[in-house]
Design a protein around this ligand. Structure first.
Ligand SMILES: [Zn+2]
Length: 227
């Protein structure tokens, strides 16, 4: 085997539900590895502003209130991957969203001689995420915020600030909103997780820890997957 292998710009995919710290982690990877984070929204806006052919196509679809097709997004991504700032590699955020898009992305990357180095799933504990929200309550008198687990008043049931004893708890809607957002995420992402697992590029990382610890774990994955 030849050892003279050309290094192509790395392609990383970051998957994670709202609240998992995806944006923060992507920025840290940009800083540490010289990668560029590409989100679908940013890609579309930039292409429209630049007036590229694909950007013009996207603009007319958006102006008519339609959804920009996978073909257009792929065309915009193709243009973007060739730009000099992406020479070290990119972190895709929010694309692909479906297995069909994942296949289209693979087809594009086979044209450019690139591949998915890793699809990294930021794993959260759904119950813990919901508990963080559901445990919140406030003092009815002064509005001071408390939490069943993380911030209890010094004297149970009595506000530290105003001495009030009436505590307000929002109905379950907060917890329910978080739970349903997580459920929607898992439903949407499951086919992608399976797709990348099948390709042998899926990496999972526990995103419930401290930001720095998560960043360290991610950096290890990136170093291994995209040396
Ligand atoms: Zn109070």
């Amino acid at each position: 085997m030849s050892t003279n292998v050309m290094t192509r710009p790395a392609v990383l995919i970051l998957l994670g539900p709202p609240g998992a710290g995806k944006g923060t982690q992507a920025r840290m990877l940009e800083d540490s590895f010289g990668l560029v984070q590409l989100s679908t929204g940013d890609l579309l806006r930039a292409a429209v502003a630049a007036g590229t052919e694909a950007g013009k196509a996207a603009k007319s679809v958006m102006e008519s209130g339609g959804l920009v097709s996978d073909e257009i997004v792929i065309a915009i991504l193709r243009d973007r991957l060739g730009e000099p700032d992406c020479a070290k590699g990119v972190i895709l955020d929010g694309f692909p969203r479906t297995a069909v898009q994942a296949e289209a992305l693979d087809a594009l990357l086979s044209e450019t001689g690139q591949k998915i180095n890793a699809a990294i799933s930021l794993e959260v504990d759904d119950d813990a995420m919901v508990a963080r929200v559901a445990g919140r309550y406030t003092c009815a008198g002064c509005g001071e915020g408390y939490h069943d687990t993380f911030k209890q008043p010094k004297v149970a049931g009595t506000c530290d600030k105003c001495g009030g004893t009436e505590m307000k708890r929002r109905a379950d809607d907060n917890a329910e909103t978080v739970a349903s957002r997580l459920a929607a995420y898992h439903e949407q992402t499951a086919p992608l997780i399976a797709y990348y697992d099948g390709k042998g590029v899926l990496q999972k990382i526990d995103a419930m820890g401290q930001i720095d610890a998560v960043a360290e774990g991610l950096a290890k994955i990136v170093k291994t997957a995209a040396p």
